[in-house]
Design a binder for this molecule. Structure first.
Ligand SMILES: NC(=O)C1=CN([C@@H]2O[C@H](COP(=O)(O)OP(=O)(O)OC[C@H]3O[C@@H](n4cnc5c(N)ncnc54)[C@H](O)[C@@H]3O)[C@@H](O)[C@H]2O)C=CC1
Ligand SMILES: CC(C)CC(=O)C(=O)O
Length: 364
């Protein structure tokens, strides 16, 4: 990968490699765009097949956060971190302390939170070194684990997409195929089960599947079979790129609505599903509940206020569908237009000179 070429193509600001030998920390922080404010995005810990795969993930996820935060109406830019390692084996206190010091060194340009492989406990350790971390324990006045709130937002967005596809936003009796029943999807399943949806689930972790079977009466299938099951809604809630050339021909669903980031392997897959008449709820619009929740900490966390904003993901998905129909474009393009319009307007207003920080004559 030609990194600078890639950064230039998608207008990235900064990519940082952080290494701490004693703790084994290998982290890549990507700051994509800070037009709207400091870059906020979680930290993913994963066993990447190669360093290149980790860099690509950081870059894609960081850019996704710029669009997510802009489309959600947050005054935040986009960034993300990936830590290379196995979250079940390689974590230690010193690793997250070292990482916290690197974040502190950015002086507020980047604020972190949880993502796949990291927990509230990890954020609490980072907090020992920096204030630029959200989703820490509620005892600090923070919002805690973002996953249940992300799930609530996905549930709301799924209803809006269902309204478009089925003429009603009731999910009662709808069959939902859920890929990955981790932190977010477990909570999503709770909402869906309560509304009377039928669940088909899969996960590479057998215990997670068993929990969904026992608690929600879900039907379990093998990971490779989740794409082809007879269902109304496909909810990708594991990792990215599950909508691709191999899986699209297998899909029976009329709606794709789930929590995973970067669901489309490539943009053209969004065009294909659009042509097939599938209603796709763009990933970064529907899964913004977590970031909306942690961002509320910047104003003094108020859960009621945060949940009200997350509830409105229903309206945001409806708006994206409306733009898609008005402009005759797939929903992923409509979502990009929504985000880019806001960033573009702010970029322009920021071109006005303002003397921030030191006085221009302070060198005297
Ligand atoms: N946690 C949050 O608040 C937010 C999460 N997301 C995204 O939602 C997705 C899920 O996040 P979490 O629930 O927090 O992560 P998680 O790690 O708790 O859950 C992911 C689940 O997917 C399973 N999985 C991985 N590969 C799989 C495969 N090939 N087939 C089936 N299952 C597989 C894992 O075993 C795990 O149970 C991720 O893409 C994450 O980036 C997006 C916004 C916020
Ligand atoms: C988990 C969130 C709080 C932020 C984030 O990284 C995301 O929305 O993907």
């Amino acid at each position: 990968m030609e990194i600078f070429k890639y950064m230039e193509t998608y207008d990235y600001e900064q990519l940082l490699f952080c290494q701490d030998q004693a703790s084994g920390l290998k982290a890549i922080i990507c700051i994509h765009d800070t037009t709207l404010g400091p870059a906020l995005g979680g930290t993913r810990m994963w066993t990447y097949a190669s360093e290149e795969a980790a860099i690509e993930d950081a870059l894609r996820l960081g850019r996704g956060m710029t669009y997510k935060n802009a489309a959600a109406g947050l005054n935040l830019g986009g960034g993300k971190t990936v830590i290379i390692g196995d979250p079940r084996k390689d974590k230690n206190e010193a690793m997250f302390r070292a990482f916290g010091r690197f974040i502190q060194g950015l002086n507020g340009r980047y604020i972190t939170a949880e993502d796949v492989g990291t927990t509230v406990a990890d954020m609490d350790i980072i907090h020992e070194e920096t204030d630029y971390v959200t989703g820490i324990s509620p005892s600090f006045g923070s919002s805690g684990n973002p996953s249940p709130v992300t799930a609530f937002g996905v549930y709301r967005g799924m209803k809006a997409a269902a309204k478009e596809a089925f003429g009603t936003d009731s999910l009662e009796g709808k069959v939902v195929a859920v890929q990955g029943v981790g932190n977010v999807a477990y909570n999503l399943c709770k909402h869906l089960h309560a509304e009377g949806a039928q669940l088909i689930v899969t996960d590479i972790n057998k215990e997670s599947v068993q929990r969904a079977v026992e608690e929600f009466g879900a039907k379990a299938v093998d990971p490779q079979d989740i794409y082809s099951v007879a269902c109304d809604i496909y909810a990708p809630c594991a990792l990215g790129a599950s909508v691709n050339d191999e899986t699209i021909p297998q899909l029976k669903a009329r709606v794709i609505a789930g929590a995973a980031n970067n669901q489309l392997k490539e943009a053209r897959h969004g065009d294909i599903i659009h042509e097939m008449g599938i209603v796709y709820a763009p990933d970064y619009v529907i899964n913004a509940g977590g970031v909306i929740n942690v961002a509320d900490e910047l104003y003094g966390y108020n859960r009621e206020r945060a949940l009200k904003k997350v509830e409105a993901i229903y309206d945001n998905i409806a708006k994206v569908i409306e733009i898609s129909k008005r402009d005759g474009v797939p929903t992923y393009v409509a979502a990009d237009r929504l985000a880019e319009e806001r960033i573009g307007q702010m970029k322009n207003s920021r071109s006005t000179f303002l003397q921030n920080g030191h006085h221009i004559l302070s060198r005297r």
